[in-house]
Design a protein around this ligand. Structure first.
Ligand SMILES: [Ca+2]
Ligand SMILES: [Ca+2]
Ligand SMILES: [Ca+2]
Ligand SMILES: [Ca+2]
Length: 253
């Protein structure tokens, strides 16, 4: 009888642990939040002229239609193991035969190729992305060992003007989902929300922070950004830890 009771308790404990998986938040006011402006242009090796700068700089477009593709900024929220990335842009899926791209995430910092605004950073150089959120299937994938699954603007676009060489989609064939989520336009922005409980995201900056990459499938405006504490914060954190160590030493004596 006693062992049955212990078993029951164990079963209840397991049930309770499983029950602690949190639902996708509907209210993000208590989330950690970062806002990052689009200061990234990105490489765009023009295969015809073999130069890196397409006309237009940050946005490739016909004169007067920059707003079709311009990305302004990115809001990033983190709450209860859920990540929300809002892309503030007027871009709407379907424009001139293009569509929303997938989100690429680096869990160990952001090191694009060259200097700001990174005119020669393409998929082939700079940061390696460890994760990709597929907006069409709503799945998060670990792509650390599946870099060949990354599709560039050149793989996706067959005509028209586009920013060459930028990572825009993930081919999820053969990949196993490690988290699910949603993606869609909400008012002024394109919003992606995903369960990231299966991965370690370094918002404390101990491994260099968290990097993000997003573009529409033509990459006509592309954004890469970085969430990491200010150097001053890291210094404070560091001196705080040192102080704690000193205190512990004194305490031991
Ligand atoms: Ca922009
Ligand atoms: Ca990385
Ligand atoms: Ca790159
Ligand atoms: Ca940009």
């Amino acid at each position: 009888m006693k062992s049955l009771r212990i078993l029951t308790c164990a079963a209840v404990a397991v049930f309770m642990m499983a029950g602690t998986v949190l639902a996708m938040p509907t209210d993000w006011t208590d989330a950690q939040k970062w806002t990052i402006q689009d200061k990234y242009i990105g490489g765009s090796l023009d295969n015809v002229n073999n130069i890196y700068e397409h006309n237009g700089g940050d946005v490739i477009s016909g004169a007067g239609s920059e707003n079709l593709f311009d990305i302004d900024w990115m809001d990033i929220y983190y709450l209860d193991n859920y990540l929300k990335v809002d892309i503030h842009t007027d871009y709407v899926g379907g424009t001139l035969g293009t569509d929303y791209g997938d989100l690429f995430i680096s869990s160990d910092g952001w090191n694009p190729f060259g200097d700001s605004p990174y005119l020669q950073d393409t998929m082939a150089n700079g940061e390696k992305w460890e994760y990709a959120f597929d907006v069409s299937s709503g799945n998060l994938y670990d792509i650390t060992n599946a870099q060949g699954s990354i599709l560039t603007s050149d793989d996706v676009m067959t005509s028209g003007q586009y920013r060459n060489g930028q990572e825009v989609l993930i081919n999820n064939a053969g990949l196993t989902s490690i988290g699910t989520g949603t993606a869609g336009r909400v008012g002024e922005y394109y919003s992606m929300v995903m369960d990231v409980s299966g991965i370690q995201l370094d918002f404390a900056g101990l491994e260099g922070g968290v990097g993000f990459h997003w573009a529409m499938t033509c990459g006509n405006d592309t954004m890469e950004a970085h969430v990491a504490p200010e150097p001053g914060t890291m210094l404070l954190l560091g001196s705080g830890l040192l102080g704690l160590l000193g205190y512990r030493r004194r305490f031991k004596k």
